[in-house]
Design a protein around this ligand. Structure first.
Ligand code: UD1
Ligand code: UDP
Length: 379
């Protein structure tokens, strides 16, 4: 029996962890024991607990309750807490997801204690180091022993950074192993699609709406960019009488609340077709993704889920790590430019893409990851 210790903290990591925890419980319970550490980076009920309840994830064994803060303070508190737990638990592997501050903290704590790291969602790059996530993911990849890339692009990014395609065991952080193995988020979307649930208050027959989410700091913390995005959605909604459904991340909600007098926010709240809601649960979110006409987002996960459900996606960023979506013609990068967003909304409404090549694996990534961690741990 080996012990893995999984660090999660932000909403998408909790959701991704559901896939691996499910594989451990269903197929590897004789070989792998999982200890879950929640850093507390996300803590609102609808950003954290709802996913444990709904997706059957075991309750965390530890919760560091670190909460929000500046990058340095938040990450340092996490490192301190994770280090203590690693010393006590002595896991065979530390499992990390994605690119948040919780990922970075786990990578620093484990690498200093010589505990091998398995990084899920390795190799993704925006080539934009002003994103905190780009720094987090590069640092985590270069401290990892097993690197699981969901896409071919992620895998080739690792080769370009000097990782070797063919290494032989024993694997270490100086002799890492890289994989192209598919996406655990695709595993989840397949697993939960059938039980997706319509959010209360959303009309059952409204298959004609735009689903939008915005939370990236480059958009929320820049008033001009944020207002361009809202203005484009509002104009399109009014012109074409289209509903916009926007489950709002608390970061964005707090910024909008600070400007209650803003003319634009007033216009949006006066537009009865524009529905801003608190964050929804995962089963509700995938219902919205399945039934939307078009998705607009700056989220990584929501871009991919739009693709899984065959929906066009407008990417309100300057670039994407998920380049396959754009190459397939299923995504358009508009940045936060009002006219580009309106043009993309018009295009996708009139002429939705039909081609969604299967570039995110076969829905069995989590099982593959468990078996590789198990093999690499047996000395
Ligand atoms: C973080 C990740 C980002 C990821 C996102 C997923 C980093 C650097 N960023 O961004 O990569 O895409 O999570 O959602 O790790 N807040 C609440 N309640 C909560 C959580 C946050 O009100 O439960 C508010 C706080 O005001 C906080 C702000 O949101 O300051 C930002 O939260 P934080 O976790 O620092 O970053 P995210 O923007 O959520
Ligand atoms: N999500 C959710 N409720 C919401 C918005 C998003 O359950 O109100 C889910 C979404 O389905 C996806 C994940 O959260 O699985 C994406 O997380 P987020 O957009 O916060 O972060 P990112 O993927 O950009 O890191």
């Amino acid at each position: 029996m080996i012990k893995i210790l999984t660090v999660i903290g932000a909403r998408p990591q909790i959701i991704k962890a559901a896939a691996l925890s499910r594989a451990v419980r269903n197929n590897f319970s004789q070989g792998i024991e999982e200890v879950i550490v929640h850093t507390g980076q996300h803590y609102d009920e609808n950003m954290s607990q709802v996913f444990f309840d709904e997706l059957g994830i075991p309750q965390p064994d530890y919760n560091l309750a670190v909460g929000s803060g500046m990058h340095g303070v938040q990450t340092a508190r996490m490192i301190e807490g994770i280090e203590e737990i690693l010393i006590a638990e002595k896991p065979d592997f530390l499992v990390l997801y994605g690119d948040t501050n919780s990922t970075l903290a786990g990578a620093i704590a484990a690498s200093k204690l010589h505990i091998p790291i398995a990084h899920i969602e390795a190799g993704l790059r925006s080539f934009n180091k002003t994103m905190p996530e780009e720094i987090n993911r590069i640092m985590c990849d270069h401290a990892s022993t097993l690197l699981f890339s969901p896409t071919a692009t992620g895998f080739s990014n690792l080769l370009l950074e000097g990782f070797e395609a063919h290494t032989t065991p024993p694997y270490t952080s100086d002799n890492p192993k890289i994989y192209h193995c598919g996406d655990v988020m695709y595993d989840n979307s397949l697993h939960f699609a059938e039980i997706a649930r319509r959010p209360v208050g959303v009309e059952a027959d409204s298959e004609n709406f735009i689903l939008a989410t915005i939370h990236r700091d480059s958009n929320t913390d820049n008033p001009e960019r944020l207002s361009n995005i809202f203005s484009a959605l509002n104009q399109f909604s009014l012109k074409h009488q289209k509903q916009v459904i926007m489950p709002l991340h608390p970061r964005t909600a707090k910024i909008l609340e600070k400007k209650p007098g803003a003319v634009l926010y007033k216009q949006i709240t006066e537009n009865t077709l524009f529905r801003i809601t608190p964050p929804v649960s995962f089963l509700e979110m995938i219902w919205l993704e399945k039934h939307a006409a078009v998705v607009l987002t700056d989220s990584g996960g929501v871009q991919k889920e739009a693709y899984f459900f065959g929906k066009p996606c407008i990417i309100a960023r300057t670039e994407t790590e998920w380049t396959e979506i754009v190459e397939a013609g299923a995504g358009i990068i508009t940045d936060a430019e009002e006219t580009a967003i309106i043009k993309a909304l018009e295009k996708f409404s009139k002429d939705p893409p039909q081609n969604f090549p299967p570039v995110f694996g076969d829905g069995k990534a989590a099982g593959f990851i468990c078996s590789e961690i198990l093999k690499a741990s047996i000395k």
